[in-house]
Write a protein that binds this ligand. Structure first.
Ligand code: NAD
Length: 298
């Protein structure tokens, strides 16, 4: 990449819209044959405003492609047994193909126990240990939405994986680990970094593909990026602008300093409008996959 030029965008909004169009056509194909609509049950607990907003977006996205959604809301103080009983009912409900538990859960609830109660075939978030195990073995299963969204986005822009050095910053079960497995499956050479890694900037500078999911606003600077690298910023943070003409207004930033990075990278995701829309599109895609397996009796 030449000095003075800026990176091309990995436009998650546009790619997600294409994915949705394709899903809509597939759903219409089933309804044309007289099949019922795919169904997604969403469990929303408590009054976290961000969770309410995410769920609203997911429900709207379902509607756009013809997936029926069933919202199950519980108060903040709900007992674990009540949530588990509801999951049990949804597991055996034939009109429900996917079950999504919106995270984070209130502190008193056992998140792992609740997620593990979802039937692996209905685990459209791909977080159940069975689905994580299948991913680690390179076998078919429902795959976590955000990492799968990263891969579909890179594939759309024909980013080559084979033999390339992919560096993942972050090792969470939600993003870092599964995206590393998926990059490995694509024959990239993968390095996973985390909060205890040393000389992170030097490792990042060796990346042809840099995926950042550290949850630290603007942590990755332009100087951490190899010229021409492809940068995927998974992070998302809302913060108040401290100084300048927009002081006091709020802005959304990622884990990468976008201004700096876009002067060095060849392709980069914007925040917002990069990985976020892809995550929702992959949730719909997983719901349709679960539905197809369900009605085929698999
Ligand atoms: P997490 O807190 O569970 O994990 C963060 C990981 O980053 C950890 O493995 C930690 O070791 C590593 N880390 C933290 N500080 C670091 C540092 N200074 N240097 C190197 N590594 C460091 O977070 P998560 O759930 O994986 O999410 C990461 C980010 O992605 C968050 O900003 C989250 O909001 C965002 N996210 C976005 C989407 C989306 O759809 N766009 C989906 C999921 C998560």
């Amino acid at each position: 990449m030449q000095a003075g030029t800026t990176a091309g965008m990995l436009d998650g909004k546009e790619v997600a819209a294409r994915v949705r169009d394709d899903l809509k056509r597939r759903v219409e194909g089933f309804s044309g044959k007289g099949c019922r609509a795919p169904g997604l049950a969403v469990i929303l607990i408590g009054d976290n405003p961000a969770s309410h907003l995410y769920v609203k977006n997911k429900v709207q996205a379902c509607k756009k492609v013809g997936i029926e959604s069933f919202l199950h809301q519980f108060p903040q103080a709900v007992a674990a047994e009540e949530v588990l009983a509801s999951i049990e009912r949804l597991n055996s409900d034939c009109s429900v193909d996917g079950i999504l538990v919106q995270l984070p859960l209130p502190a008193h609830l056992p998140t792992e126990r609740i997620l593990d109660a979802v039937l692996p075939g209905k685990d459209v978030d791909g977080l159940h240990p069975v689905n994580m195990g299948l991913l680690a073995c390179g076998k078919q299963g429902l795959r976590p939405c955000t990492p799968q969204g990263v891969i579909v986005l890179l594939e759309h822009y024909r980013v080559p994986f084979e033999g390339r050095h992919a560096v993942v910053i972050g090792r969470s079960n939600l993003v870092g680990k599964p995206v590393a497995f998926m990059l490995l499956e694509k024959n990239a050479t993968v390095t996973i970094c985390h909060s205890r890694s040393r000389e992170l900037d030097a490792i990042a500078r060796t990346a042809d593909i840099l995926v950042v999911a550290a949850g630290r606003p603007c942590m990755v600077r332009g100087s951490w990026i190899k010229p021409g690298a492809v940068v995927v910023d998974v992070g998302i943070h809302k913060r108040t602008i401290a100084e300048g003409p927009k002081a006091g207004e709020s802005e959304v930033v990622g884990d990468v300093d976008f201004q700096e990075a876009s002067r060095v990278a060849s392709l980069i995701t914007p925040v917002p409008g990069g990985v976020g829309p892809m995550t929702v599109a992959m949730l719909l895609s997983n719901t349709l996959t679960a539905y197809e397996r369900h009605i085929a009796g698999k």
